[in-house]
Design a protein. Structure first.
Length: 460
């Protein structure tokens, strides 16, 4: 396949992707690209290139019992692996904490999972003592060479700027004493950023994520101030010091996608041109009021737009250019590594959220939510509740996940969204992953240098 053919290839529609990615077998997923036939094996998320006859024979085994599939794969020289069993993780050490340093916000986003920043309760800021206790907890089980992450969220975290500074200072001190690598991140609406913040984030190598839901009036409609005024122009002016200073710091955009801001390619190109390190999109699947939630028809439109962005990523990569479409960058990295997991993320395991009052939760989205309550920084992790969480949330205990070929790639979907809304996005997720698998197989054929050593094997 040439660079020109990669650039000229016609992308499948979302409807086609829904059909091509349907969960016909829990044991494998066969897919076709311009460069041949391929199969993904969920255990280990291993990819193999197939000749035509082998692809047809394997496809014919869709719906066959596991022993028949294992026998056929063994004949091809593939050892059956069970890299993910049914056992939940036990007593995982904490590697990352997200501190809700300010449970209040100066914007009035109707869809906000934090319900205006206060998570359904009174507005509050985290006392410095609580933040320092959380940092001590993060380092309590660390050993030399470990890597930990301290994240700051809200509400709007920059309302509690001093708490951020004190917690960062403590983490830096402990990291030096214990020979541990400490990384830092913050998610902000950008309205309160100052040049001094930019200098602080750069000095400590922060990953800064700015929430921007489109360009101009599109963003203003979704993320107005409490008084209803638009916020886009103010944010873009405020964050210029971040964009101009980033070196150790990386500044990214996260766009929450609703039915009103589906022009993703234009949004992506605008923010790339503005100088952001990366840009990513996430569909709104659950909001406290139901406002802005994506239904199946909206997710179909979003998938079309995501593939359009992915096609541009493929063209740029094939030409040797950088195109920081974060969803695609992450997918290519994880597919190449063969990333496989029984959970969608570290929530409730190595990653926990901390409320302003010091309560622990499964992640930042479960602050103030009894469904994800896991103790406090004072009393420690409630290990019984954590054990129950990790058992119940394991992908093999989720329906219909355990019979889906993509289960070890998506891990069953965001816990918060699944618990509070169910699974409205399975077709979208599978369609996107099918496209990403196809893109990977195309790109590794034309840009093996981008990935390093080839990860696929040829079966015939």
């Amino acid at each position: 396949m040439t660079l020109d053919s990669c650039a000229a290839r016609l992308a499948p529609s979302a409807t086609q992707l829904f059909r091509l990615s349907a969960p016909t077998s829990e044991h494998f997923h066969v897919y076709e690209t311009d460069v041949g036939s391929h199969v993904l094996l969920p255990d280990g998320n291993r990819i193999f290139d197939l000749d035509g006859e082998t692809a047809r024979e394997l496809t014919a085994l869709q719906g066959a019992p596991a022993n028949a599939v294992v026998e056929y794969l063994s004949e091809l020289g593939i050892d059956p692996l069970q890299l993910i069993d049914d056992e939940p993780i036990a007593d995982p050490p904490v590697k990352a904490l997200s501190l809700a340093v300010a449970q209040k916000c100066n914007l009035g986003c109707a869809y906000c999972y934090a319900q205006g920043g206060a998570f359904g309760g009174p507005s509050m800021a985290m006392p410095v003592e609580t933040a320092l206790r959380a940092v001590d907890m993060l380092f309590a089980e660390a050993i030399p060479g470990d890597r930990v992450n301290l994240a700051f969220m809200g509400g709007e975290p920059l309302i509690a700027r001093q708490v951020i500074h004190e917690a960062t200072k403590r983490a830096v001190q402990l990291a030096r004493q214990m020979d541990v690598v400490a990384t830092f991140s913050i998610t902000t609406n950008g309205t309160l950023v100052t040049p001094a913040d930019a200098e602080f984030f750069e000095a400590h190598g922060f990953a800064v994520t700015v929430s921007l839901d489109g360009v101009g009036q599109v963003h203003d409609l979704l993320r107005p101030s409490k008084g209803g005024q638009g916020s886009f122009d103010r944010i873009m002016a405020r964050i210029q010091p971040l964009l101009g200073l980033q070196h150790s710091m990386q500044v990214s955009v996260r766009t929450t996608v609703t039915p009103t801001n589906l022009a993703l390619k234009a949004t992506l190109d605008y923010f790339v041109e503005a100088g952001f390190h990366s840009v990513g999109f996430s569909p709104l699947l659950n909001s406290p009021t139901g406002d802005g939630e994506m239904g199946h028809k909206h997710l179909e439109l979003m998938l079309e737009q995501m593939v359009e962005c992915g096609e541009e990523f493929e063209r740029r990569m094939a030409a040797g250019d950088r195109y920081p479409f974060n969803n695609m960058v992450n997918a290519m990295r994880e597919i190449h590594r063969g990333t496989h997991r029984p959970y969608p993320c570290g929530a409730g395991a190595g990653y926990l959220g901390v409320s302003a009052s010091g309560d622990l939760s499964a992640c930042h989205r479960f602050v103030g939510d009894e469904e994800g309550a896991l103790g406090s920084v004072t009393s420690g992790i409630d290990r019984e509740r954590q054990k129950r969480w990790l058992s119940e949330r394991h992908v093999h205990r989720q329906e219909p996940c355990k019979s889906c070929w993509a289960r070890h790639m998506c891990g069953g979907g965001c816990h918060h969204e699944v618990i509070h809304r169910g699974r409205p996005a399975c077709d979208y997720i599978r369609g996107w992953l099918h496209y990403c698998l196809s893109a990977y197989s195309r790109l590794i054929a034309v840009r093996p240098d981008y990935f390093g050593q080839r990860a696929t094997q040829i079966l015939e």
